[in-house]
Design a protein around this ligand. Structure first.
Ligand code: ADP
Ligand code: ZN
Ligand code: ZN
Length: 730
């Protein structure tokens, strides 16, 4: 009998829960190829880039194909990261190949070569030092002066935008030269790495607790807005760097402003590598590789940065840990905060989760003793907490949703030289276009069912309609399609309409709108804030305004349109609303100027508002945790949500019945299948099944059986389906 053929077991980015066997590329033996290496292989009629997961022997009778190429001499994924990703694939019941592909930056996932990531900096030559005193004032001289203390290229990007032009002239004259960094803390910066103040007592206690951690420990840094949580992170990172270790800091997408990065760079004295959606594929791959090679010592990034390799890990920080942007909503539905904890444990390093409004999950973990609960109860420096007031607008005249008390308060704040933020969590001009004569209203043709119409949002001062669920757009009709009346009226208020109203009323003041329509990306946000500067003015916007840029002159926050959020059906909606209100309120009066927050409502006695105003976020959270416990919701139960959709309503329901049947012998509860809360979207009929268990283990034991049944189900290819473990929305 011939010896069995040795093969490589490869994870490929395809939606199938299995590995694939390949022969090594021509001229290579299987044992010359290590686990974690990329492998270019033929797959069907195309090529794919996979990751070698193991070695094995060919099954008899299976036709084997030969791999095409080995892109790297070394494994790209190894050690803790590979192990954590394998754990994650198991936890999410997701195909390993897709999980690994999600963790890799796009360029590497596509099989592109791993770039050189040597860091470079610039120094003055001897001739440069000699010439500097006599140089003419101007940009080149300013740059040459700076190069005496600042060398790393990413600092130059921050501090002297457009520095490359000046550099060229210095270089032509032989006054500067390029320098290559060593891997230990490349280009430490001289000077100004100390804060202008020392940590206060609460900060000191928190910082010392983190410094004292030996190996894995999870800290919940629970501190009101402006209490100086960032200073505690900076202290922990400084200590981590001093021990020669790498630090990873996760921030919400909108929190990664140039301002925030500059604060980290100035204070830490080493280059800070940013990873966010504003970078191109090559830049992202370079940061990831620099981390893998230990060259990047501090990485600050958004959700997917949780997957950077950390060969010298010392610390993981998750800022605003409650933030919704940490959850991935399609593909591999991971939660970056949870992955961060798993990795910190595997790496044996402390994890610090910071928030002014911690998630109920994290508070529960702190109460159960799994996390060390660190509290910062006071604002740092002299800043005082804002004064919060509920404004009852029942029976009061409203102007684009703003009551007269609110308008008076805005006038007063502007007259006193302050800035005002008007928060409304709905972009567009108005949420509905209604015919005043017959009651017709504009619905999205792709997202509505006869029972559940989905209104289209009015944009462009009434000229355009847009569906916020599927993106469908069309011009507004000139007359009612049902009765031909010309009495079509936008109903309700979005940020655009509020902006127009405020512009008309406060014509002498700048009014800036900040939402996804006006402010597509991070840099635009910064530009808006820079434009306003410190002068009096009004910002109108959605939750993009709830965090990010520091606004020291902000003295008044007006929140409108919260009533719809008070009565939402989702079990997490109260938590989200409370967090949003407290975060927005926290923006008022950050510096020495006291701030006021006005919450406008038709339900002034609603328990959520009462408890927030009188007791604060923690009083709310305590009550809410009791409700969750009584109702058997997370964090007291563990959920998985199966979604399915198709052009017709039947296949998704039938498909989910397969799951329900497969789950019936387990210690879990299956609710559904039922039409999704939004039963139709972009032309697809949607259904869902919620699986719930008191013990996490029971849920996963059941999923081990349910998932194979689903892959084998006759309808599996007729529906689009997904599993969401620990869903944040039902
Ligand atoms: P948080 O992240 O908790 O919202 P920050 O770290 O951004 O708070 O700090 C809020 C403000 O307070 C910043 O302007 C910061 O410089 C200042 N600050 C922080 N710690 C202190 C301190 N110990 N003394 C004086 N000011 C401080
Ligand atoms: Zn009509
Ligand atoms: Zn739609």
């Amino acid at each position: 009998m011939p010896a069995p053929t040795p093969v490589l077991r490869v994870a490929l980015p395809v939606p199938l829960p299995r590995l694939f066997d390949y022969l090594p590329p021509i001229g290579l033996a299987t044992d010359a190829i290590a686990v974690g290496q990329r492998l270019q292989v033929p797959f069907g009629s195309r090529e794919a880039c996979g990751i070698v997961i193991g070695h094995g022997h060919a099954e008899p009778g299976v036709e084997l194909r030969q791999a095409l190429a080995l892109p790297d001499p070394q494994p790209l994924l190894r050690g803790e990261l590979l192990a954590s990703l394998q754990w994650l694939a198991g936890y999410l019941h997701a195909p390993l190949g897709e999980v690994l592909a999600t963790a890799l930056p796009a360029a590497l996932r596509r099989g592109e070569p791993a770039a050189d990531t040597t860091a470079y900096g610039w120094v003055l030559t001897e001739a440069g030092h000699t010439a500097l005193p006599a140089m003419r004032n101007g940009k080149p001289k300013a740059l040459a002066t700076l190069l005496a203390s600042v060398r790393a290229e990413d600092w130059l990007d921050d501090e002297v935008p457009g520095w490359r032009a000046s550099l060229r002239s210095l270089r032509e004259r032989g006054l500067v030269e390029r320098e290559k960094a060593g891997s230990e803390s490349p280009f430490p910066r001289k000077g100004d790495s100390d804060p202008a103040f020392s940590l206060n007592d609460e900060q000191r206690v928190a910082a010392d607790a983190v410094r004292a951690a030996d190996g894995f420990a999870a800290f919940l840094l629970d501190g009101v807005t402006g209490s100086g949580k960032t200073e505690v992170y900076l202290d922990a990172i400084t200590d981590c760097l001093a021990r020669g270790k790498q630090a990873l800091v996760l921030v919400p997408e909108i929190g990664l402003t140039p301002q925030a990065l500059a604060r980290f760079r100035k204070r830490l004295g080493v280059p800070v590598h940013a990873l966010h959606s504003g970078l191109n594929d090559n830049q992202r791959a370079r940061v990831w590789l620099a981390a893998a090679r230990g060259q990047a010592r501090v990485i600050v990034g958004t959700r997917s940065a949780v997957f950077v390799p950390l060969p010298d890990a010392g610390l993981i920080v998750v800022d605003e840990e409650h933030d919704g942007s940490y959850k991935q909503f399609d593909g591999i539905r991971y939660h970056a905060r949870d992955v961060a904890i798993v990795r910190a444990r595997a790496l044996g390093v402390p994890a610090v989760l910071g928030s002014a409004t911690p998630s109920l999950e994290s508070l529960h973990n702190a109460q159960a003793g799994r996390y060390v609960h660190l509290r910062l109860r006071h604002r740092a420096g002299n800043a005082r907490p804002p004064h919060v007031r509920v404004l009852d607008v029942r029976k009061r005249p409203l102007h684009a949703g703003l009551g007269e008390d609110a308008l008076l308060a805005i006038r007063g704040a502007l007259d006193a030289g302050g800035q005002v933020l008007v928060f409304r969590n709905r972009r567009g001009y108005a949420p509905v276009l209604l015919c005043h004569d017959c009651g017709w209203s504009a619905h999205c043709p792709r997202c509505s069912t006869p029972d559940k119409p989905t209104p289209m949002t009015v944009h462009a001062h009434g000229r355009r309609l847009q569906c916020h669920h599927c993106g469908h757009r069309r011009p507004s009709p000139l007359a009612c399609p049902d009765c031909a009346s010309l009495g079509l009226q936008p109903q309700g208020n979005g940020t655009e309409r509020i902006e127009a109203e405020l512009q008309a009323r406060f014509a002498d003041m700048p009014v800036l709108r900040i939402d996804r329509g006006s402010t597509g990306h991070r840099d635009a946000l910064q530009q808006h804030f820079d434009e306003l500067g410190a002068q009096p003015g009004i910002l109108v916007g959605t939750q993009m305004l709830a965090k990010g840029h520091d606004l020291p002159n902000l003295t008044l926050v007006v929140v409108v349109g919260i009533d719809e959020g008070l009565f939402s059906a989702d079990f997490r909606s109260s938590e989200k609303l409370a967090q949003l209100l407290v975060q927005v309120a926290g923006r008022a009066g950050r510096a020495d100027k006291p701030g006021t927050v006005l919450l406008q409502t038709h339900h002034p006695d609603h328990p959520l508002l009462q408890i927030l105003v009188n007791g604060g976020y923690h009083a709310f959270a305590e009550g809410e945790l009791e409700l969750r416990q009584a109702a058997g919701f997370p964090p007291f139960a563990h959920l998985a949500l199966l979604r399915a959709e198709a052009r017709h309503a039947d296949p998704p329901m039938q498909f989910l019945h397969v799951a329900k049947a497969a789950a019936k012998d387990f210690a879990i509860e299956a609710s559904g299948p039922l039409p999704a809360p939004m039963p139709r979207r972009a032309g697809y009929q949607r259904a869902q099944l919620v699986l719930s268990a008191a013990q996490r283990r029971d849920l996963h034991v059941a999923l081990e059986v349910v998932m194979p049944a689903l892959y084998a189900a006759p309808d599996a290819r007729k529906v689009r389906w997904s599993l969401d473990v620990d869903p944040v929305e039902l």
